[in-house]
Design a protein around this ligand. Structure first.
Ligand code: PEP
Ligand code: MG
Length: 595
């Protein structure tokens, strides 16, 4: 694609990417481009092998040292949560098995250090890109960054980051490394737009932490604009408008003002209780995956954490996080949200959340395989370390345990035994911990719904994971766009599953919450309240909106809606009923949610 030069320079152009951090910003661009390092295959003689291996090792060491320095700077500038993105890169460069592959290529195929690095890192990057889990796909970018920097060093170039900006600009880049971001001062940065990356790429994470709008995955934006070009960056819709017309600028400025008013309104609203107009109180909690999301929890007025996905601690590393590391992480989270609670889910690894550096698992059907609790019951040492760490973080009695992928009562009984063993070990080792601790079960497999009455005898609470429950109930892969039209939490079969679980919980007097995406769907809220859900957990960004909806609803009206939903036979009938309800009762919000 051509750069916009000459005639096309003033023409308005709309580029679509992935929304990474919400908000609208308008301003001049600064295009930051680094050359791509693509060395040609250079074959060396046997006598050059030791020198090339040493060359590779020195370069890894140099990049590692630079990353460690950057880590310190990021901690000072942005806090420890953002610095986690550097830890991921450091972990890759400390993975001796992975690095050994480069040395093996130098040794056996006789390629020089630059080409061997290029080849092995490219394969690794492609491996990550094929994963269905978005977080892992985004790590491909880390591999790419590391590859470029190691090759640059091998070829004798300076690896220190060079990006500096001295006036307010929207930074346009192929990708931004964590080291680049430390050079960007908050005040001067209007937004980011990058060719690559997904919602969990570091550009996205940093942009959200700095509250600047960002669009990623634009593919070729660096080829479409020059520095100084005026652009509109719409981080909420993942859109960049290059050379906007005066009319487009007017429209977006109006939208920007509207968003500011809305944000202000939501911020005020977030301090209020999640309570319906006729007095039904709902416990609205946050789902988090990383410590860096902690500040948002308070900002959006969530009542603690209803789901802490601990997988982030286990991925991209060559060893398991030990009990001490996990204890530090969980304790920090528990102390930050105190007096509210945090529900810590034991690591849901397996499926598409694999641990390439730790266990090499290849399965025909990973979603039906050695995932989550099934995996840990076969790796008791690792599981005991996590249970002990969770118990140690419970010293203020605000921690609960949640088990993913439970399919039978036996699994919970086995975990209960291990939990007793964990307590016994902690006592023996003289480490303080908090008990009792609630043990909850995720309801996300149909068999768990069917035996929910029996599970209620061994669990302290239930949390429904609709993301997997829909997948397993309807036999539809949650990540496969070809069957995405069948995947709906409004399918009547799914609604019945929810009813059955609620009933089992009610009979045994056990709380039934929801932490799947259905709890974050504005359209679902009136239905969930009518069904009897009192505790919902959703991503922090949607909490103000969900709270606003709850505060505008009357339970009485929701109950009438539910009666109609119970009679509906098809998914589309149910969706139509919910839309009609919204249109009639909350017409302004109906427009906002764009249903
Ligand atoms: C779910 O399945 O609904 C859930 C919350 O878990 P995850 O999305 O992490 O599988
Ligand atoms: Mg799940």
């Amino acid at each position: 694609m051509e750069k916009i030069k000459g005639v096309s320079r003033t023409k308005e152009l709309v580029l679509e990417g992935i929304p990474a951090s919400p908000g609208i910003t308008i301003g001049p661009t600064y295009v930051y481009s680094e050359p791509r390092w693509e060395p040609v295959p250079r074959v060396i003689s046997a006598s050059q092998v030791p020198e090339q291996i040493q060359n590779f090792r020195n370069s890894v060491q140099a990049v590692l040292e630079d990353l460690k320095n950057t880590y310190e700077k990021i901690v000072q500038q942005y806090g420890p949560e953002i610095a986690e993105i550097i830890e991921v890169q450091i972990a890759f460069l400390e993975d001796t098995i992975f690095l050994g592959e480069v040395e093996e290529v130098i040794n056996s195929q006789r390629y020089d250090a630059a080409y061997a690095t290029f080849q092995v890192f490219r394969k690794k990057k492609e491996h990550f890109l094929r994963m269905s889990n978005e977080y892992f796909r985004d790590r491909a970018q880390d591999i790419q960054n590391l590859k470029e920097r190691i090759i640059k060093h091998i070829l004798g170039y300076d690896i220190s980051a060079s990006i500096t900006i001295d006036k307010p600009v929207i930074v346009i880049a192929d990708t931004l490394t964590p080291s680049d971001t430390v050079h960007l001062h908050k005040q001067k940065l209007l937004g980011f737009a990058t060719n690559t990356g997904g919602k969990t790429s570091h550009t996205a994470i940093v942009a959200r932490a700095l509250s600047v709008p960002a669009v990623v995955g634009l593919k070729k934006i660096t080829e479409m604009v020059e520095s100084g070009t005026t652009v509109i960056l719409d981080g909420s819709h993942g859109r960049v408008i290059v050379n906007p017309s005066p009319e487009t600028i007017r429209r977006y400025k109006k939208e920007q003002q509207h968003l500011q008013v809305l944000e202000e309104k939501l911020r005020k609203e977030s301090k209020k209780e999640a309570i319906t107009r006729d007095g039904k109180q709902i416990c609205l909690q946050a789902n988090i995956e990383f410590e860096e999301e902690l500040p948002q929890i308070k900002q959006v007025g969530a009542k603690g954490i209803g789901l802490y996905r601990t997988e982030g601690l286990f991925i991209n590393r060559s060893d398991l996080p030990d009990e001490e590391e996990q204890t530090r992480n969980y304790t920090h989270i528990a102390e930050t949200v105190y007096p509210h609670k945090v529900v810590i889910r034991t690591a849901d690894i397996g499926g598409d959340k694999i641990l390439p550096g730790i266990f090499h698992i290849t399965e025909e059907n990973p979603f039906l395989g050695w995932r989550a609790i099934r995996f840990w019951l076969d790796h008791k040492e690792g599981f005991l370390a996590q249970l002990k760490a969770i118990l140690r973080a419970n010293q203020k009695h605000n921690v609960q345990i949640l088990l993913p992928m439970v399919s039978s009562v036996e699994e919970v009984l086995q975990v209960r035994e291990l939990l007793e063993e964990a307590k016994h070990l902690l006592k023996k080792e003289g480490k303080p911990f908090g008990e009792p601790i609630d043990l909850g079960v995720m309801i996300e497999i149909p068999s768990a719904v069917v035996v929910a009455d029996q599970l209620a005898n061994v669990a302290d609470f239930f949390s429904i994971g609709t993301n997997d429950l829909v997948q397993y109930t309807l036999a539809v892969d949650r990540g496969n766009e070809k069957v995405a039209n069948i995947y709906s939490h409004f399918n009547p079969a799914v609604i019945r599953m929810l009813q059955m679980t609620l009933e089992a919980g009610k009979q045994a007097n056990k709380l039934v919450g929801m932490c799947g995406e259905m709890a974050a769907d504005p359209l679902a809220i009136p239905l969930l309240l009518a069904m009897g859900f009192e505790c919902l957990s959703a991503s922090p960004t949607v909490i103000p909106e969900i709270k606003q909806i709850i505060r505008r609803l009357e339970l009485k009206e929701c109950l009438q809606l539910y009666e109609a939903v119970k009679q509906a036979i098809t998914t589309s009938d149910i969706v139509s009923l919910l839309k009609e309800f919204f249109q009639k009762k909350l017409p302004d919000l109906y427009e906002e949610i764009g249903a």
